[in-house]
Ligand binder design. Structure first.
Ligand code: TAP
Length: 515
């Protein structure tokens, strides 16, 4: 493998590390997709922003109604691609959480738990259909609020969210089959806290199985991406969902803590960072609540020498640059067999040079904006640590928008397993490459992480897929593909990636007590 630490894109080290906006002067030109003369260049294809009617101010959704926060305070949600304020969002307090939990308890006792399961299923089907009917509005809102490319919110987030409601609607009147020989019972009120990387999809992963199992919900979205959850409140009203069955409380982490620790909340589901997951687990310890934690990851994407190389390059690109790498199961460690490393990395660099980074609302954009300034700084700091610890950095020469939070796709080679970029979750478009010689070494290096969420295997040999998949300590293993999600398939990790499963029958079990 090549050695040397000089950035090869020709950008100054400072702009490489901060991912700051503007052009990178291409001293060593890569085939940039964004230059007008490139055969890969596309005309702008912006999605219309008018599809989404974003209001200037949003309240809390409690007991079927929009309410002002008890403290009267608001926060602002920004468009990460332009840094423009989008809307004022109610800053919910523990007092608001209390009102929402009271509403959810009442709705559980008086309505939802008494409803025939077939009737509950109808609401879920209705929600799914409305999400499909309003899919463009949801996709545009999600992209404006999160920075993810419209192509992804339109083709992945929103359809999968609708599919989750559809799938769990099917389970609502068949719960006895989910726990054969036992009596399925709901928990009551469930408290759910979700992150900013897949705001609507994480909401669907949480709310759909909870309602299908007969629970009522109090959910807190992330502070930087509340808009699709608040739009979902409108879907609940449109579907005629009984008041109090779903409550959405925006606000800071302390409000999330007030929700999950409340004694009336019988089951907690959290997706986010490992540190907050640990805080929540400690906070509710001894209370007898059900708990599922979906935390971080540091997945290995393992490419063996017999892999179909171009297919594997696509899989590696998808694994780390989908949603700007802000994905808990991102393939952020590339493990490539030494015999093909040089050839594979050459193809990978070539492909990275064709990625279109920029306006998330453009239908041709591959890599959109980083969700927040804070996340940009985290990525920048970890990338700087990679350089200072001795790894070799490479970024394609591409223009970045002059406003907004954008980070260049970044490839590190000569990475040691002790480097922070090989150990810590970066949650950005940054790939750390490690080589290996034997299958045993690949397995050992892939498992050398505190996390255990996902992994990828690229080989044409079926027996190797089975052997390696069995040996990998990861909740999800993809073979000759990556980042495939389906409502029928369980997802989750172990070690510091958390516990419990979401999706599929296993995801339903988490919302049922059985006697
Ligand atoms: P977290 O701080 O974990 O935030 C996730 C959710 O938890 C948000 O709704 C957050 O609210 C809330 N929260 C924060 N502190 C809380 C507390 N003490 N009690 C209850 N809820 C609390 O994640 P983040 O800051 O958004 O991202 C930081 C890192 O987390 C990322 O760099 C990434 O490594 C990881 N992350 C992982 C995932 C997945 S899917 N595994 C998703 C997102 C982030 P606020 O938004 O109001 O703070």
């Amino acid at each position: 493998m090549a050695t040397g630490r000089r950035p090869r894109s020709g950008s100054t080290t400072a702009s490489l590390l901060t991912g700051s906006a503007g052009s990178s002067p291409a001293a060593t030109p890569a085939p940039s997709a964004l230059s007008a003369s490139s055969p890969w260049s596309y005309a702008p294809a912006p999605e219309s922003r008018d599809v989404a009617q974003i209001r200037s101010r949003y309240g809390l959704f409690i007991d079927g109604k929009e309410r002002a926060p008890s403290g009267g305070e608001v926060t602002i949600t920004y468009n990460p691609a332009t840094e423009e304020p989008l809307a004022e969002i109610a800053k919910g307090t523990p007092e608001d959480a209390d009102r929402a939990i009271e509403a959810a308890s009442r709705a559980y006792r008086k309505v939802w738990s008494r409803l025939h399961p077939r009737e509950r299923a109808k609401y879920l089907y209705r929600i799914s259909r409305i999400l499909q009917e309003r899919s463009r509005e949801f996709a545009v809102t999600e992209t404006l609020d999160s920075g993810k490319p419209i192509r992804e919110s339109r083709d992945v987030d929103v359809p999968l969210a609708a599919a989750h409601f559809w799938y769990y609607a099917g389970w609502a009147d068949k719960l006895a089959y989910a726990v054969p020989g036992r009596r399925p019972e709901s928990h009551g009120v469930v408290g759910q806290v979700i992150p900013w990387n897949f705001p609507l999809l994480m909401l669907a992963w949480k709310i759909a199985p909870a309602l299908a199992a007969g629970n009522t919900v109090v959910l807190k979205p992330a502070s930087t991406t509340p808009l699709t959850a608040l739009l979902f409140a409108d879907v609940c009203r449109q579907a005629g969902l009984p008041d109090g069955v779903v409550n959405i409380i925006t606000g800071p982490g302390s409000t999330g803590m007030a929700i999950v620790t409340d004694p009336r909340v019988a089951k907690v589901a959290f997706t986010g960072s490992t540190s907050v997951g640990v805080t929540i687990a400690k906070g509710i310890a001894g209370q007898g609540k059900g708990l599922t934690l979906e935390l971080g990851g540091k997945a290995a994407n393992i490419v063996f020498e017999d892999a179909a190389l171009d297919q594997a390059v696509e899989g590696v690109i998808n694994g780390i640059f989908f949603n700007q790498g802000e994905v808990c199961c991102a393939g952020s460690r590339l493990l490539v067999q030494e015999s093909i490393a040089e050839e594979f990395l050459a193809r990978l660099r070539n492909r990275m040079s064709t990625l279109r980074v920029g306006d998330p609302m453009d239908k041709n954009t591959d890599v959109g904006a980083i969700n927040s300034r804070a996340q940009m700084e985290t990525i920048g700091e970890l990338v700087a640590s990679g350089v200072s610890e001795g790894a070799e950095i490479w970024q394609p020469a591409c223009d970045l928008p002059t406003r907004g939070w954008f980070f260049r796709p970044t490839l590190f080679t000569n990475v040691a397993q002790s480097h922070r970029i090989a150990r810590e979750e970066i949650f950005g478009p940054v790939l750390a490459t490690i080589t290996f010689r034997t299958v045993a070494e690949a397995i050992e290096k892939a498992n050398n992480t505190a996390y255990g969420l996902s992994a990828g295997i690229w080989t044409e040999k079926g027996s190797r897929i089975l052997h390696v998949a069995n040996a990998l300590k990861a909740g999800v293993v993809w073979a000759n593909t990556f980042n495939r999600f389906d409502p029928t398939s369980p997802f989750g990790g172990y070690k510091e990636s958390g516990y419990g499963r979401e999706g599929g029958l296993q995801g339903l079990h988490a919302y049922l007590r059985s006697s």
